[in-house]
Design a protein around this ligand. Structure first.
Ligand code: ADP
Ligand code: MG
Length: 279
């Protein structure tokens, strides 16, 4: 029996065993890798290196994809897609530091302050995605969404269960804090959540309200101080100032006309008329 004749049943058996061991990526890669190994005269170690690498990479990809689904990001935004030059108030060095994920390992909170349109949600998603890629669990929610889940749970007598669940993700992102003012009960629920996560897991919060306005936002100065105390104890803060990125893009793309010639004012026909005037 030649080597070729012997190979097929062995290969078939190996493929079957890989399937039973649930090494699916290895199973898929095996036939091509066997040929490549023969062609390039790989050592045994080279071969096993290539084979295990496929399996590890494929599992990592799968884990990241699952992590992204669990995180519930509302859209795709990446740190690579963030134009730091357009927003000089953003501390790029700090963002890069946060992107290493060490803040999650230390349970540090991140607070992103700024007016609407300055890129807070973009940065929150970008950092969140990075944290997922690093292998941690992330959950993205808006303040409104979070509070409605908590108050529903409370009315159903399941608040404790929800609060216990809330400490499960390594990073909890709460977007748009302060876009809507808090009712008394909601403010207290938010305090309970922050208290639960305090020194247990990082939160990343975006808000358009300055710290000095948090008393009014929560409708209670004492509660606002208690919340801030816990959030700021181990925290990094990013303040974004400047002009809205959307508005800036609009002006750049030529739509600046809209700022000077409101809708209804037919700029083009007027231009046309002006140009067509002849002596
Ligand atoms: P905010 O949450 O502060 O209101 P967003 O993050 O929603 O602002 O930003 C508004 C839009 O502008 C989004 O589509 C976002 O991707 C984009 N954007 C804002 N800032 C930047 C930036 N510096 N580079 C690239 N895109 C940006
Ligand atoms: Mg936003």
């Amino acid at each position: 029996m030649t080597h070729e004749e012997r190979r097929d049943p062995i290969e078939a058996r190996v493929l079957e065993h890989l399937g039973r061991l649930r090494l699916t990526a290895t199973r898929e890669a095996l036939p091509a890798l066997l040929m490549e190994a023969a062609r390039k005269k790989w050592t045994y170690l080279d071969f096993i290196d290539q084979l295990t690498r496929r399996e590890v990479e494929s599992r990592q990809d799968k884990r990241v994809r699952m992590g992204m689904t669990i995180a519930h990001f509302p859209m795709v935004r990446t740190l690579e897609g963030f134009d730091f030059a357009a927003q000089p108030s953003v501390d790029e060095r700090l963002v890069r530091e946060l992107a290493t994920g060490s803040f999650v390992a230390h349970g540090t909170n991140v607070l992103l302050f700024g007016a609407p349109g300055l890129g807070k949600t973009h940065l929150a998603i970008g950092l969140g995605r990075r944290v997922v890629e690093l292998g941690h669990t992330v959950l993205f929610t808006t303040a409104t969404g979070l509070l409605s889940v908590l108050s529903k749970a409370e009315s159903e007598g399941r608040l404790e269960e929800k609060l216990i669940n809330s400490i499960k993700p390594r990073l909890l992102i709460v977007d748009e804090l302060g876009y809507l003012p808090f009712e008394r009960r909601a403010a207290h629920l938010f305090f309970q959540l922050v208290n639960r996560r305090y020194e247990r897991g990082s939160m990343l919060i975006t808000t358009n309200q300055r710290v000095s306005d948090w008393g009014a936002m929560f409708g209670d100065e004492v509660l606002a101080t208690a919340i801030l105390d816990r959030l700021l104890h181990h925290s990094e803060t990013l303040m974004i100032t400047g002009e809205s990125y959307r508005l800036r893009e609009k002006r750049r793309s030529g739509d600046w006309r809209q700022l000077f010639f409101p809708a209804g004012d037919n700029y083009f026909s007027r231009t046309h008329q002006l140009i067509s005037i002849k002596p």
